[in-house]
Ligand binder design. Structure first.
Ligand SMILES: [Fe+2]
Ligand SMILES: [Fe+2]
Length: 269
């Protein structure tokens, strides 16, 4: 099978924050193999009758259902917030601060429980097979599937590396490499899904099936994550951001430009 693993990338360039040389997003020979139960169930053919007669959760009767891409894209929003947490974790480690192991472990658990076992499960079970059936985006879908697998390997290692708060310098470096590789892969991964894969998925899916899938996704979310599924995950991520002091949205707003700034120059902060 073709190995579509990403070539080495410049993390310095991609992260825009790194001060340490971050070479190649490559797997480490010494890292543990993912455990079999770390993987979600393999995708099967879509069974759209599964939730046909299921009543909507209490309080949701009159709300218009989310469309499948809307649902998947808000899940990408959770993923983006975890990428921000990983980026902040890298910054702490590179500035020789203590490894925020607890926060990073909690973030990796959100990836495992919500992104890998739920979001990617939906993509692999409902979105990718529909595109294959329509003969669309074959190569892109293959790459995305390989990236899901690589992501699970990285998450297994990040979970292992953040289990304890004290880490050797080698382990800290490995953790930085793995989080940087995760960020480098998932930023283009989710952007491609949002801008290419989901629009084509909408185009090739008959309207009736498309509407029904929205209900299927919602029912799946409540079955797996409880009634407050998405909201509870957002709260989990917000708590992690608070622990790292990156929760205040306004801290990301750049200062107002000075009208007297020298031409060609840009103030550092
Ligand atoms: Fe994906
Ligand atoms: Fe996705």
């Amino acid at each position: 099978m073709e190995d579509l693993y990403l070539p080495a990338v410049s993390r310095r360039k991609l992260l825009g924050l790194s001060t340490v040389a971050l070479a190649g997003a490559v797997p480490r020979a010494a890292c543990p193999e993912p455990e079999p139960d770390d993987y979600p169930a393999p995708p099967a053919a879509p069974d759209l009758t599964l939730y046909k007669h299921e009543s909507k959760p209490h309080g949701h009767e009159d709300r218009p259902p989310l469309t499948p891409p809307e649902d998947l894209m808000r899940e990408h929003g959770v993923l983006k917030r975890v990428l921000l947490v990983y980026r902040e974790g890298i910054r702490w480690i590179e500035h020789d601060e203590q490894v925020p192991a607890h926060a990073l472990h909690a973030a990796a658990r959100v990836i495992r429980d919500y992104i890998e076992r739920y979001h990617e499960y939906l993509e692999e079970r409902y979105v990718f097979p529909r595109l294959r059936k329509a003969g669309r985006l074959r190569h892109t879908v293959s790459v995305l599937e390989v990236q899901h697998k690589r992501g699970r390997e990285l998450t297994t290692r990040i979970l292992a590396a953040t289990k304890h708060s004290h880490a050797s310098s080698h382990r800290r470096e490995a953790l930085v490499d793995d989080m940087a590789a995760f960020i480098s892969m998932y930023e283009p991964h989710e952007s491609r899904e949002d801008t290419v894969v989901f629009p084509v998925f909408r185009k090739v899916t008959p309207a009736k099936e498309f509407r029904h899938l929205g209900e299927v996704f919602e029912a799946e979310e409540h079955r797996r994550l409880g009634q407050r599924g998405f909201t509870s995950v957002v709260h989990r991520v917000a708590d992690i951001e608070k622990a790292l002091d990156i929760h205040d949205l306004s801290q990301f707003t750049p200062p107002k430009s000075s009208p007297h700034r020298e031409e060609g120059g840009r103030s550092a902060r």
